[in-house]
Design a protein around this ligand. Structure first.
Ligand SMILES: Cc1cc2nc3c(=O)[nH]c(=O)nc-3n(C[C@H](O)[C@H](O)[C@H](O)COP(=O)(O)O)c2cc1C
Length: 215
């Protein structure tokens, strides 16, 4: 394996000012649906996005979460409200998202401010999750140190017994949604000779301004 020899040419598509929608959320939905087209392998999760958060001291951390909605022109995801990411978002509401759609040689970067979803929305989404995911959310004190995997499996087995096969599982208080209200959204299309297309929308009062960035 030699990392310095690994490179690909990007020639699948272009991103030109004349082809984009003036509203970046419309443009995002177009790209998302294009990312879903074709005979994709099972493992591709086009709704996976990197969420970067930071705290008041300037420490930054990133992880993948799944995009679960685009209502009200925001990016919605669900997680544990006691997790490390939740603590960072509490101290600094500015976050960044990044989508990588390698199969169409595209990247989308979002910056914006995050806020918690209304409780009834989180509970409604929790009810739609598979039972095992509901139980997993209760068992896992996300981001905390655990003694061993066995401890988690034991807790899960106990919980399964408590709730039986059909009793509804209530949404834990420390689990729910967040939405990111975008300030900038950049669309990146890989091009030949590393002259990639980058178009960045920036919210200017209530209008969106588009600028081309050097690759
Ligand atoms: C493909 C993929 C999807 C994931 N989706 C979520 C998600 O939607 N919500 C979530 O809380 N964690 C999700 N995770 C786990 C997170 O990446 C992370 O491990 C977890 O949220 C704890 O992060 P934190 O300790 O920084 O808070 C996902 C991980 C992967 C690889």
């Amino acid at each position: 394996m030699s990392l310095y020899e690994m490179r690909k040419s990007y020639t699948l598509s272009t991103l030109l000012e004349k082809d984009i929608d003036p509203n970046p959320m419309v443009q995002f939905k177009t790209w998302l649906s294009e990312a879903l087209q074709g005979d994709l392998p099972d493992w591709v999760e086009v709704n996976a996005m990197t969420l970067s958060t930071s705290d008041g001291k300037g420490e930054v951390s990133s992880r993948i979460v799944l995009l679960k909605g685009l209502e009200q022109d925001r990016f919605w995801f669900y997680t544990n409200y006691d997790s490390d990411k939740a603590a960072q978002m509490e101290s600094n509401s500015h976050v960044a998202l990044c989508f990588l759609w390698q199969h169409i040689q595209r990247q989308v970067r979002v910056t914006g401010t995050v806020s918690k979803a209304p409780r009834d929305q989180s509970e409604a989404y929790f009810r739609k999750r598979p039972r095992d995911s509901q139980l997993g959310a209760i068992v896992s004190s996300q981001s905390s140190v655990v003694e061993s995997r066995e401890v988690l499996e034991r807790r899960l087995a106990e919980l399964k017994q408590q709730h039986g096969d059909s009793n509804p599982i209530p949404c834990p208080d420390n689990w729910g949604g967040y939405c990111v209200d975008p300030i900038t959204i950049e669309f990146w299309q890989g091009r030949d000779s590393r002259l990639h297309d980058r178009l960045r929308y920036r919210k200017d009062a209530s209008n969106w301004r588009v600028e081309r960035l050097a690759p």
